[in-house]
Ligand binder design. Structure first.
Ligand SMILES: [Zn+2]
Length: 66
């Protein structure tokens, strides 16, 4: 079975469990890149990391210009 290693937390997981971030998740992508400058959103992320970064964003005041 082919495993995927999350570039953010280095956890090995089944490839099915990886998540690709969309362009609309750019605010999440920016936060991940701050901590992992070599990561690219096309590399994907695991669900656990995605939840973690979503929570991190929830603690910051978010001003939507729209
Ligand atoms: Zn991860």
């Amino acid at each position: 079975m082919e495993n995927y290693v999350c570039p953010v937390c280095n956890e090995a997981l089944e490839r099915d469990l990886m998540v690709f971030l969309k362009h609309t998740d750019h605010h999440i992508i920016e936060v991940v890149l701050k901590e992992h400058p070599k990561w690219g959103h096309q590399d994907g992320i695991c669900q656990e990391c995605l939840d973690y970064y979503k929570k991190t964003l929830g603690h910051e005041p978010y001003h939507d210009e729209a």
